[in-house]
Write a protein that binds this ligand. Structure first.
Ligand SMILES: Nc1ncnc2c1ncn2[C@@H]1O[C@H](COP(=O)(O)OP(=O)(O)OP(=O)(O)O)[C@@H](O)[C@H]1O
Length: 263
């Protein structure tokens, strides 16, 4: 479903600020794979997601979705095929629009847009049905401005919106990191549910070792622009967060942030 082949990306090449963010990265995901991605700071995790989304175009190598080379397509041209949720709950939704208007925008993503945000009765009923999956009662608050929702509610809504166009791949970039533990747990649970129900092919970046082991059917670890560990579902089942920290410790000079060490 997703094929990242020999992808390299260097920022500010030939200058003192040169950063080799990705070095010949190869990553294949079969349809329905749910891969968690961990790694030291600056390892290249977000850059992998950015190259899949088209926000960053790689210097060499290719990205294919469902057998189609999308390497040269811009972010908006891939929008219908790629769903994404960011760390910041404010990033995925528009605070001044209502829940139903946000959903209407998500519904139109990647298609030719009109500016009208009118929502038909049939659409409203569909949105309410979809919102029920979140078990947050948001289906009864369709006309509420999203800015009035809590961070956890907004992130749950962002998740639903990211999956609205039935994307070929779902990218989650530390999407629970800014939430308190209870809300993070809720959004993690919802993520597993939505991914399973829609059989989404998913890449999830996390600094939380327990979460990286708990969800998904495969785990990769990145360091300095490379994938240095690729763990199958069976192997993953036997690992503990301490094992992963021990793997990190083996990497000379890898800087883990406090957040990671505490989790
Ligand atoms: N748009 C950009 N412009 C310049 N340098 C960038 C850009 N994006 C990433 N980098 C650099 O590329 C390297 C990889 O960054 P990336 O954000 O992919 O790491 P990460 O693994 O997601 O890190 P973190 O866990 O700290 O978010 C870093 O050295 C970073 O400074």
């Amino acid at each position: 479903m997703l094929n990242v082949a020999e992808v390299s990306k260097t920022f500010f090449p030939g200058t003192v600020n040169e950063r080799r963010a990705l070095i010949n990265v190869n990553l294949q995901l079969a349809a329905g794979d749910f891969v968690t991605v961990i790694g030291s700071n600056g390892a290249g995790k977000s850059t992998v997601l950015n190259t899949v989304a088209g926000r960053i175009i790689q210097d060499s190598g290719s990205v294919s979705l469902d057998g189609r080379d999308v390497s040269k397509l811009k972010e908006h041209q891939r929008a219908a095929q790629v769903g994404r949720v960011f760390q910041d709950p404010m990033a995925g939704t528009s605070p001044n629009l209502t829940i139903e208007e946000n959903l209407a925008l998500a519904d139109r993503r990647g298609r030719r847009r009109g500016l009208a945000l009118g929502v038909s009765k049939a659409k409203r009923e569909r949105f309410a049905e979809e919102l029920k999956v979140l078990e947050l009662g948001l289906e009864n608050r369709l006309k509420t401005k999203v800015g009035l929702l809590s961070g956890g509610q907004r992130q749950a809504l962002s998740l639903l919106m990211a999956t609205f166009s039935q994307p070929k791949v779902l990218l989650l970039d530390e999407h629970t990191a800014a939430l308190d533990p209870q809300r993070a747990e809720l959004v993690t649970r919802l993520t597993v549910k939505v991914v399973q129900e829609q059989e989404l092919t998913t890449l999830m970046v996390t600094h939380n070792m327990a979460q990286a082991l708990e969800v998904g059917n495969r785990l990769i670890m990145m360091h300095e622009g490379r994938i240095i560990l690729d763990v199958s579902e069976q192997e993953k089942a036997k690992l503990t967060p301490e094992d992963l920290l021990a793997e990190f410790a083996k990497i000379k000079g890898a800087a883990l942030d406090d957040k990671t060490l505490l989790q």
